[in-house]
Design a protein. Structure first.
Length: 455
């Protein structure tokens, strides 16, 4: 009985599960068409919504493109309007010129030049060193052993010829020394000098008396030869006495005071004008004749020594022109010496150039580039340096006269700088340019608001 019940219960459970599965399957079959229909409706709605969105976007983009096109047209119209608004923006390149009346050109001193090629010296370039002009440099030393008592100038001072440099005091010694002997010699020399001056004075007195007597008689009373001889004798006596006038005050002091003036102190004075470039001493220092107290040099006339290869030296002559660019200037010089002995290290020959450096920052020991005019020449367009100016963008330019009184800027290249003239490229022979007064023309161009970009 129990076995039967158990079996029956299991059978009922299986039947119940199968029945549930069949019922669920039926429900799914019945609901599938409804789900498919709902999905189809949803997809169609989504498709329509997407299409509507795309179409809306297309219309929006079309509107934007049309608006941008209209804005572009308006902007183009504004640009065209700006070109013709009277400010000349549309014709800047064509209007970059200057027109001047005859009166303006005359008042500004404007001159023109028709370009043509001419013979120009070839340039020899070399690295050079600035040096002191040894012909215009002196070293000042005492004549005897003394002590420095007072300094009157210092390093870097500019002095004139005859200026007081230092006061020296003689050294008092108990034994006979070289200083005493030198002092005695100086006293003896001063006495001898006084005798010579007295003799010159006597000669002048005699010659003057003879000349006055002969001149009073006139050329008719004496021969022309005698008249001329008397005049010459008088002039020679005057010149002889004037030769002692170089140190007239010192000689007078020695003659009146004797050796006492030497024993106390004496003065050192400049024998030439220049700048004090050395004063290697201190007050109270004992100095000897071989000691250099001062060195004075003319810093306005320096030497520039160029190192030239032997093959190029034959192309250079004494007196050849040379140019040395310094900062924004070009110094001019002359060759005053050509060496004949090769430098052992550089295997070059020295060529010395004298340069006036007044107002220019050039110093001994400085290295510079030098261009020396050679004997050989070539054809080129050379124009005055003042006719070439810097444009607003930094390039070189000049002004071409396209019509009487009408000047147009033209950019050029400077290939050689010869000082007062420059060799240019980028312009043809036969062109008329402004040779003088270019700065005034450039100023007038700047007033009009134009820049030079004419390449």
């Amino acid at each position: 009985m129990n076995t039967f019940n158990t079996t029956h219960k299991k059978t009922n459970n299986k039947t119940h599960r199968a029945t549930s599965i069949y019922l669920l399957s039926g429900l799914l079959l019945l609901s599938s068409p409804l789900l498919l229909a709902e999905k189809h409706d949803h997809d169609e709605a989504g498709h329509n919504e997407t299409a509507d969105h795309v179409e809306s976007g297309r219309n929006a983009n079309k509107g934007n493109n049309e608006k941008e096109h209209d804005d572009h047209d308006d902007h183009t119209k504004e640009e065209k309007k700006g070109e013709d608004d009277g400010h000349g923006h549309g014709e800047e390149k064509a209007s970059a010129d200057v027109e001047l009346s005859v009166e303006q050109r005359k008042k500004a001193g404007i001159e023109t030049l028709v370009l043509k090629k001419r013979s120009v010296s070839n340039q020899i370039s070399a690295l050079s060193e600035v040096k002191l002009n040894q012909y215009k440099t002196i070293k000042v030393s005492p004549s005897i052993t003394t002590r420095v008592e007072k300094r009157h100038v210092k390093l870097g001072d500019k002095v004139k010829k005859g200026d007081l440099l230092a006061t020296l005091h003689t050294i008092a010694t108990t034994d006979i020394s070289a200083n005493v002997l030198a002092t005695a010699d100086l006293a003896a020399s001063s006495a001898e000098l006084g005798a010579s001056i007295a003799e010159a004075k006597g000669e002048l007195a005699a010659a003057s008396a003879t000349w006055r007597r002969i001149r009073s008689l006139g050329k008719d009373a004496v021969s022309g030869k005698r008249f001329t001889e008397a005049r010459i004798a008088k002039e020679q006596a005057e010149a002889k006495l004037a030769a002692y006038g170089k140190s007239k005050s010192q000689v007078k002091k020695l003659l009146t005071s004797g050796s006492k003036a030497v024993q106390k102190h004496f003065e050192l004075r400049a024998e030439q004008a220049g700048m004090v470039i050395k004063d290697d001493f201190v007050l109270g220092q004992i100095v000897n004749p071989e000691d250099v107290l001062f060195e004075i040099s003319d810093m306005d006339h320096l030497w520039v020594e160029a190192n030239i290869k032997p093959k190029d030296v034959s192309k250079i002559a004494l007196g050849s022109n040379a140019s040395i660019p310094v900062e924004d200037k070009t110094l001019q010089g002359k060759v005053i010496f050509i060496g004949r002995v090769l430098d052992e290290k550089t295997r070059t020959l020295p060529v010395r150039i004298e340069v006036n450096t007044k107002g220019v920052s050039l110093y001994p020991g400085q290295f510079v580039k030098t261009s020396i005019s050679s004997k050989t020449t070539h054809a080129a367009i050379a124009i005055p340096a003042e006719s070439v100016l810097r444009s607003s963008d930094g390039d070189w330019m000049l002004f071409v006269e396209e019509a009487p009184g009408r000047f147009v800027p033209k950019e050029v290249d400077i290939v050689e700088n010869l000082g007062e003239t420059v060799v240019v490229e980028g312009i043809e022979s036969g062109t008329t340019i402004v040779s003088k007064g270019a700065f005034f023309v450039q100023s007038e161009l700047a007033k009009s608001g134009f820049s030079v970009h004419n390449h």
